[in-house]
Design a protein around this ligand. Sequence first.
Ligand code: WT7
Length: 650
Amino acid sequence: MSEIYPVPPAFAARAHVDAAAYDRLYRQSVEDGEGFWRGQAAFLEWMRPFTRVSDTNFDPADLRIRWFADGTLNASVNCVDRHLPAKADKPAILWEGDTPGENRMVTWGELADKVNRLANVLKGLGVGKGDVVAVYLPVIPEVMVAMMACVRIGAVHTVVFSGFSSESLANRIEDSQAKVLITADEGHRGGRVVPLKRNADVAVAGQPSIRHVVVVRRSGAPVPVTPGRDLWYDEATVAADPWCEPVEVGAEDPLFILYTSGSTGKPKGLVHTTGGYLVHVGTSWRIIFDWHEGDLFWCTADVGWVTAHSYKIYGPLLNGATSVMFEGVPSWPDSSRWWSIIEKHGVNIFYTAPTALRSLMREGEGPVRKHDLSSLRVLGSVGEPINPEAWRWYHSVIGGGRCPIVDNYWQTETGAVLLVPIPGAIPNKPGMAAQPYFGIRPEVVDADGNTLEGAAEGNMCFRGSWPGQARTILHDHERFIRTYFAPYPGRFFTGDGVKRDADGYYRISGRVDDVINVSGHRLGTVELESAISSHPAVAEAAVVGYPHEVKGQGVFAYVTLKEEVPESEELRREIIEWVRARIGPIASPDIVQWAPALPKNRAGKILRRILTKVAANQFDNFGDTSTVADPAVVDDIVRRRQTHLAQEKA
Ligand code: WT7
């Protein structure tokens, strides 16, 4: 028997979409996708209206994804200018700094002014339509300004998570050939200082594509300045003209590039285009969070991820919604920080990730009870499967039992939501992303490519295009086709496993490829392995995910040292540090186990299935081990794991 939480009737009564509307609209949206999305596209202000809705084909031999292709528009006009007549003096952003008491309010009028000025600064630096601008900023209003300033002049932003290392930043700059980098002197997170300008200097040193670095003064700390290359954001924008004519771009012109990890070493730059993305994001954001005029929205995601691109920046801006923006972390100065912000501002819609909920849950109800959370109406969850225990805590302790939970499933590649319990329409089942969004056709597919009907378990695929999906991987269209469209022809393959129950509810079970999901962050195991293997003492490494109470999955690294190198605690710590420095703290291995050899088949392929089992403390049922070249290797990694567990217990 599965647990069902019906839609509260009062909620359904004022919702944009109730159960009857969902059934009707969903049917219409799949029977007449063109008609449905044409209607949705009216949500945007177009400069030249499109005549054709879509031209799409998922056949790997002739892949086409084009939406509203002959229409033209400007994203910043839709996100900012449109709201000025009614809202120039009203808040767009309520910002809370890392340190309690430090806050700012930015009105729509101020936002427009900042966007126009920075757009002119970028233009003055030689940035034009189609040029790439890298953004390496903390969660401060200027990050939104930077993104909007880029799209105002038809430039393409690539936002890099400010927790990434200089090397990760450099890789992304190199791949995207960004002309300008926008960063800050320092970032503040959880009471600690992040030396952004210093990281940026290291990253830019070997990147000739970068001509200028624009530096936002966040902390005011003295930082090195390279004359001729660097300029201060505040000085440059004060001197700039306050009006910048928005550039008309085609619907299929790129809006942004966002890098994410895949199952091969190099992060891939997913390219999103303008018209389709804005239609899908803007209309779905309003519906899935059931936002109404006057509601206050807060998404806790960092700007470096797609969650924030779509549903913290573009979704709220397109709808003229006021958002809370918070620079810090939920646990600092103490674990009631988020709840104090909800109470202070009266947040109505709160959107976060399961990993944070699991860590806050461990602090008990005390930190929550100190605050009045009665303003909350809708709760969102994204980034990884939410375990039923965390779901129930979120529902009862944070939501007081009255708020529907919007567990929305999607990816960097999909741009916006695919599966979601629309809150006024679909009853909740804990841990289930529930039902398809409008126009979305999920399929559960077995390993042979057969589409399964009814209750079933298999690979999560989608048939038919939707406007928000990525169009390509930058410089690697072949990889785009191979990864997403070749595995199951006619369908987009997500890389996730899924289970559908008898009521047609979907539960995502996690990745089935070489990607692990650590605290809602995607990490490619191959990327981690190459970082570890680049350490001079390491001969070889294999990385797998293992179940982690708070992070969902943790990083488990099996490391083979070079012959003459002795195993030591010091070296173990050094390798962990090495990965932090190469990728960033989110990629730190949780467990490093020495492996004098790795289990391989006769062709030399590492048998990850066995490594994954051992990491999860499953020491039997390795399945068919006849392919293992040397069975003694398996015995050895099992023995080492068991010894470690015994030591931990003692
Ligand atoms: C991967 C995508 C959605 C934007 C944030 C992450 C996992 C995401 C859910 C969910 C279960 C989820 C999948 C997916 N995932 N949302 N509601 N339930 N799993 O974007 O970094 O591109 O990661 O996150 O495994 O493939 P991303």
